[in-house]
Design a protein around this ligand. Structure first.
Ligand code: PMP
Length: 444
C-alpha cells in the first residue's frame, strides 16, 4: 500500500457510509459504495458520532498496560506491588467518621464553590505550606480536584500549544499524558542519585527553546530519588539565567522517612518563577480528590477562571472535609504515624529484595515517598514480566510507563502491599524474572 491508513479510520468510514445508506451488498462481488448524490436518507439510521471515537479527542488512550492496572487495582485478591497509594489500613478512617459527623452538625454549605475554592481550606493550605517554608496567602492558593488537575489546567490555560517542556526522564506517567494531550513537546533530561542533572539545564532549554521545567524533586515518582540542595540551588540559578519557569510537583514532600528533605524549590523562590502543586492524596485520602496550586495571584486567578469553565469547582463536601482535617491539627500526628509505618514497610521490602534480587537487580534506598525503582540486570521483556506476574496475582508497574524507551526497570511500592503479601510476592517475582531471563537467553 502506498498510504498507511489506520484500521479504525477505515472502519469509521464504512460505518458512516453504511449509516448514510450508501453501502450496497453485491452478492458474490463484495460490498460497493452506491454512486449518486449524497442526499440524506430518510430511512437510514446514522451512527452516533461517539461510536467511532476511540482514536478521537484530545486525550490519548492509556496504554493497554495502564488500562489493565487501572482495572486490576479494583479487583480483589491481587497483590499491588507497584501501587502509588497508601494501604487503606494507613488511612485515618476513624477521623473520616468524626469529620463527616462534624460537617453534618455545623450545616456547612453545599452550594457551588468559590472559583479558587473554599476560603477555610485555602487558609489551611497556606498554613500547611508555611510549615514547609513556602510563603503563601489564601489568595495565592487554588484548590483543585487532585494535583493532576493542576497540570491539566496549567497546560491548557498558561502554555502555548506546542511548547517544549523539560522534565526528568523517567517521569510521572499522567503528567506525561497531561502535557502531551495538550499538545506539548516533552524533553526528558537524565537523572542520577542526586535527582535531575541540572548542570546542563540552561543548554537544554536553549537547544529545545524550552521555557518550562516540570519537576518532582522530592521522593520522585517513579525513581524515589530526591534532588540534593546543591542541585536545587543550581536549578534555580540556571532557570533565572535562561528564563525557565518551573512547575514543582510536591506530591510526596511530607512523606519523608529518614530525615526531612531539602526545602521545596518554591520556598527558595521570590520571583513567582515556581508554580507549586500539592495534594492530600498521598497522606490523607486519594479518593477525596483534593490538591492545590500555589503561585502568583494573577496566575492563580487565571487558573481558577479556567477551572470554573471546566468543572465549576471541586466538591464542597471534599473541600469542607479537607478544611476541617487540616485545621484540626491532627494531620501532623497522622504524618508521624504513617512515616513510621512506611519506614517499616520500606525496610521490609529492601530486606526481601536483598534476599531474592541481589544477583539480578540494582536499586537505591529511598529516604521517603512510596517507591523503589529497581533496575533488572538480566534481560527480561517487561511486557511478558507484567503478564506473568499478573497471572500469579501480582500487579506491577513496568518502567516503560514512565519512559517509553525503558527496558529494564520496575517501580515497586511499599505503600500498599502488606508485609505478608510482600513475603509471598517478592520470591514469586524473583522466580518469574529468572524463568523469563533463561528463556530470553536460550532464544538469543
Ligand atoms: N504528581 C505525582 C508525582 C504523583 O505521583 C501523583 C499521583 N500518583 C500525582 C501528581 C497526582 O495526584 P492527585 O491527583 O491524586 O493529587
Amino acid at each position: 500500500a502506498l498510504f498507511g491508513v489506520n484500521r479504525s479510520t477505515v472502519a469509521a468510514a464504512l460505518n458512516l457510509l453504511s449509516a448514510s445508506g450508501l453501502l450496497e451488498g453485491n452478492r458474490g462481488g463484495g460490498t460497493v459504495v452506491r454512486s449518486g448524490p449524497l442526499e440524506p436518507s430518510t430511512s437510514a439510521v446514522k451512527a452516533p458520532i461517539w461510536m467511532n471515537a476511540a482514536d478521537e479527542g484530545i486525550h490519548y488512550p492509556n496504554l493497554p498496560v495502564i488500562q489493565t492496572i487501572n482495572r486490576m487495582e479494583a479487583a480483589s485478591g491481587v497483590i499491588r506491588l507497584g501501587t502509588g497509594e497508601l494501604s487503606p489500613e494507613l488511612l485515618p478512617h476513624g477521623s473520616y467518621n468524626q469529620l463527616l459527623a462534624e460537617l453534618s452538625r455545623c450545616r456547612r454549605r453545599l452550594s457551588y464553590p468559590e472559583p479558587q475554592g473554599c476560603p477555610q481550606l485555602r487558609e489551611a493550605i497556606a498554613r500547611h505550606a508555611a510549615a514547609d517554608g513556602i510563603r503563601a496567602s489564601a489568595a495565592s492558593v487554588l484548590v483543585v480536584s487532585g494535583s493532576l488537575q493542576a497540570l491539566h489546567l496549567i497546560s491548557v490555560g498558561l502554555l502555548p500549544r506546542g511548547a517544549a517542556i523539560l522534565t526528568e526522564k523517567p517521569s510521572y506517567l499522567y503528567s506525561i499524558h497531561a502535557f502531551q494531550s495538550a499538545g506539548m513537546k516533552l524533553i526528558g533530561l537524565p537523572m542520577d542519585k542526586e535527582g535531575l542533572q541540572t548542570e546542563k539545564l540552561a543548554d537544554a532549554a536553549a537547544a529545545y527553546s524550552a521555557s518550562l521545567l516540570y519537576t518532582n524533586p522530592t521522593f520522585h515518582n517513579p525513581t524515589g530519588r530526591t534532588m540534593s540542595m546543591e542541585r536545587r540551588m543550581q536549578l534555580l540559578e540556571q532557570a533565572r539565567a535562561s528564563g525557565l519557569s518551573i512547575i514543582e510537583d510536591g506530591a510526596y514532600n511530607e512523606l519523608w522517612i529518614d530525615h526531612e528533605p531539602p526545602p521545596a524549590l518554591k520556598s527558595l523562590d521570590s520571583e513567582g518563577r515556581v508554580l507549586y502543586t500539592g495534594t492530600l492524596s498521598k497522606s490523607f485520602s486519594p479518593g477525596l480528590r483534593i490538591g492545590w496550586v500555589i503561585g502568583p495571584e494573577p496566575v492563580i486567578g487565571r487558573l481558577a477562571d479556567i477551572k470554573m469553565q471546566m468543572d465549576y469547582g471541586s466538591s464542597m463536601l471534599s473541600q469542607e472535609t479537607a478544611a476541617l482535617w487540616l485545621s484540626s491539627g491532627r494531620h501532623e500526628a497522622h504524618l508521624v504515624h504513617i512515616r513510621s509505618r512506611l519506614r517499616e514497610r520500606r525496610d521490609h521490602l529492601l530486606e526481601l529484595l536483598h534476599r531474592f534480587f541481589l544477583d539480578i537487580a540494582e536499586w537505591d534506598k529511598p529516604s521517603g515517598g512510596f517507591y523503589i525503582w529497581i533496575k533488572l540486570t538480566v534481560t527480561v521483556p517487561l511486557r511478558a514480566l507484567f503478564e506473568a506476574a499478573l497471572a500469579e496475582g501480582i500487579l506491577l508497574n513496568p518502567g516503560d510507563l514512565y519512559d517509553r524507551n525503558d527496558r529494564q526497570h520496575l517501580r515497586l511500592s511499599y505503600a500498599y502491599a502488606s508485609a505478608a503479601e510482600m513475603n509471598g510476592a517478592v520470591p514469586a517475582l524473583s522466580a518469574i524474572v529468572r524463568r523469563l531471563a533463561k528463556t530470553e537467553r536460550q532464544e538469543s
